[in-house]
Write a protein that binds this ligand. Structure first.
Ligand code: ADP
Length: 394
């Protein structure tokens, strides 16, 4: 029997998963159940080399059934394996969790209390944990939090200028995408230790997007705050918004909070700015309509603006790292962002950028710009392996 570790990332209607061996950075298999509860639910499953594996027809109604489908298919594809641990991506760890944690009923009820802070994500993440606990009562379940990496923020980057009791009631700038920032920090520490020990801005630019100021390996500021809506515009999320707009929509336009939430999370960002054309950067780059061009212009401008803010939070900048689907692949967006960064000592080398090289700044650039593919799943599996190692040692 080969010991394996499963990682799960449960969304509202999806369940992403990856299966890892006891060591190694590449998953044995990974995939996703999509449109859970819908008529067109689907399962995709690929092996470590990215080749599609055969799957059965499925129709899961909820996360428990989706997990059962995943497990059935994994058992077929990897018959001689034994599950040693399950690692879960959880959006919110509140103020308590700065590290991954072994989940038991007490932890689960603490995490339940954080659902109002991330109502669109946390309940689904926890449904994934509950489904896994039910299926494997004896197997350790490790929760890894998107907020944990940011618990080192100084108070000025943790608070809003609101009446103080709201801070005590949890209205704070938590920051998200922490698993990605942790991975990039580890990569820098291993391959570019001098940069890792200095002042780095990481731009995680995917469907969700944020930036983080990381000084000597510790997060000091990030563009996302209380929710995953703040900061940069995203595929369908608005990014930073004057709170007066919300009051206007509530009071003058008579919108309900549900309708506003739907607009801010699902109909804004690149999708909204492009006039409903697409949330997908590739489509926008290819389309060339005036609205698509403006959506890209807005995206680039807000990144440039926040880059200045992140650098200011650290008193300067020595490295800029691009990651996420757009950061890792879009030569155009990286080039456009770096058109206006000479003032901070960052000069792009266009040939390197066009090649998607790891270092894309010029030799004379004071700031080193890099492209590093992120791997949130690996951070989760490493946390699960660390737990197993600790368990074996005691
Ligand atoms: P998520 O946040 O859902 O994990 P990803 O990190 O996969 O998303 O990023 C998805 C985004 O990356 C999409 O907007 C997609 O268009 C963009 N993207 C992926 N490849 C390219 C490419 N070659 N050029 C431009 N954009 C790309």
């Amino acid at each position: 029997m080969i010991g394996v570790i499963l990682t799960l990332n449960a969304g509202s209607s999806s369940l992403k998963f990856a299966l890892y061996g006891e060591d190694g950075d590449t998953p044995l298999a990974q995939g996703m159940v999509d449109r859970i509860g819908g008529n067109e639910a689907s399962l995709s499953l690929k092996d470590g080399a990215g080749n599609a594996l055969p799957v059965a027809d499925i129709s899961p109604n909820d996360h428990t059934q989706a997990l059962a489908v995943v497990l059935d298919n994994l058992r077929q594809a990897f018959p001689d394996t034994e599950l040693r641990a399950i690692g879960h991506r959880v959006v919110h760890g509140g103020t308590d969790y700065a590290q991954p944690v072994l989940v038991d009923q007490t932890v689960l009820s603490k995490l339940d209390k954080l659902s109002p802070f991330a109502p669109l994500h946390q309940p689904h993440n926890l449904a994934g944990i509950r489904a896994a606990m039910e299926a494997f009562p004896g197997v350790p379940q490790i929760a890894c939090f998107d907020t944990a990496f940011h618990r080192t923020h100084p108070w000025v980057n943790d608070a809003f200028a609101l009446p103080r009791d709201l801070y005590d009631r949890g209205v704070r700038r938590y920051g998200f995408h922490g698993l990605s920032y942790e991975y990039i920090t580890g990569e820098l520490q291993a391959s570019a230790p001098l940069i890792a020990a200095s002042r780095v801005v990481v731009a995680h630019l995917g469907n969700g997007a944020s930036m983080c100021a990381i000084q000597n390996g510790r997060s000091v500021a990030s563009t996302m705050g209380f929710s995953a809506l703040d900061g940069l515009p995203m595929g369908t999320r608005c990014g930073q918004l004057d709170p007066g707009v919300l009051l206007y929509l509530l009071d003058q336009e008579g919108m309900s909070s549900d309708a506003i939430a739907d607009m801010l999370y699902r109909r804004s960002g690149l999708l909204g700015l492009s006039g409903g054309l697409s949330n997908d950067m590739r489509t926008l780059e290819q389309s060339g309509t005036p609205e698509a061009r403006q959506a890209i212009e807005y995206f680039v401008f807000r990144i440039q603006r926040e880059l200045g803010a992140m650098a200011a939070a650290m008193g300067g900048i020595d490295g800029l790292v691009f990651c996420g689907g757009i950061g890792e692949n879009s030569r155009l967006i990286r080039a456009r962002i770096c058109e206006r960064t000479e003032w901070m000592g960052l000069e792009i080398d266009h040939a390197r950028n066009d090649e998607n090289a790891r270092i894309i700044s010029s030799d004379i650039s004071r700031v080193t710009a890099m492209v590093i593919p992120t791997d949130e799943g690996l951070v989760i599996v490493r946390a699960a392996r660390a737990h197993l190692a600790q368990e074996n040692a005691t």
